[in-house]
Design a protein around this ligand. Sequence first.
Ligand code: HMG
Length: 388
Amino acid sequence: MSVGIDEISFYTSNYFLDLKTLAEVQGTDPDKYYTGIGQEKMGMAAPDEDVVTMAANAALPLIESAGTEGVSTLMFATETGIDQSKAAGIYVHRLLGLNDNCRVVELKQACYSATAALQMACALVARKPDSKVLVIASDIARYDLDTPGEATQGCGAVAMMVTASPRLVSIDPEVGNYAEDVMDFWRPNYRSTALVDGKYSTKIYLKALKKAWDHFRYVSPLTFSDFSHFCYHLPFSRMAQKAHQQLVRHNKAGLSAEQQNAQIDKTLVYNRTIGNSYTASMYIGLTSLLDNTAEDLSGKRIGFFSYGSGCVGEFFSGTVVPGYRDALHAARHHEMLTARQEISHDEYLELYRHQVPTDGGEHRFAEGTTGRFRLAGISHHKREYVPR
Ligand code: HMG
């Protein structure tokens, strides 16, 4: 019996800053961003958006198409948690109208936790094939202003329905893992922006890839040539290009630059204009591959490298299911991205500086999101989510 991703949908904010604008204000060559890190735009969440509203907006189309019947578990992966105790998924459970026998939990390990959620979801479905697990990853990436990380911010959420006999991608049980206690990127509870040792983080990412791949080769009969495409964790798109070059070299695959590029370029389309969405980014990369590849990917095997700073890396594999195109939300994804609104540098700073009030008073937020759910306000430390 195959188990895997039956349907996938993502959401990002309506607002973006073009990195040319950032470069102009900083007096930096825009090519450093467009080519050097491979990013064009970064998404900025509105004051009435957070990981809960983005998650519900990403998941709603799956519920609208398949209903709530059989959804036994909701797993919510994030590193932009809004509460130390209550899982963000509980709010989403209500907003989506999931049944009250549905298990809900939040998972954390930097950008990796969506992959832990996906693997656990596959295990749950394998044990009870008539059940479905809703996996949601949702994050807002924030670094300090005037740091090298600033251009690699972004926001987004992705929702995946995991089922038996999936319509999109069946996931293989063999995985290659790597974990090491390192301080490459972290965010202590008292900070709203991440701390990062940028250059070191890229080195550790590449080390984790090599280690996870070697472990994968040990547990799986698959070799490099069994894969047609690769999805990498995408903090910025150049990172995936560097990672893939390393994997090609490591396997002495002897591919030309064009051949290497063809194995990853369609995974980068969405992320180049959204930015880093942490837990969601690799799965928005998968959506980008499925939505934007002209050739039929049916039966093709995809390699996935998921990385979360701190760090955990995992390499795993999946096969695209024949007929997958019928289950995609490509048109809606394209419309959402095309309808986004560009913001000026001053508007960016205003969104960046928006702080969640902490005084326990009554606070209402102006309408900014164009999504179906919004954070209307915070009253007595309680977040109030409403449909719009
Ligand atoms: P930087 O110091 O601004 O950039 O930081 P740089 O000077 O190294 O330049 C970047 C590239 O642009 C270089 O190319 C330059 O040559 C090129 P490379 O040597 O890398 O091939 N360049 C140009 N190209 C064309 N025209 C030009 C030009 N100028 C320069 N004019 C850094 C870059 C990534 C370190 C920074 O953006 C950063 O700290 N980002 C945040 C950390 C990050 O994203 N790390 C990635 C790995 S860790 C990870 O993925 C986990 C994460 O998602 C968090 C989680 O797990 O939760 C972050």
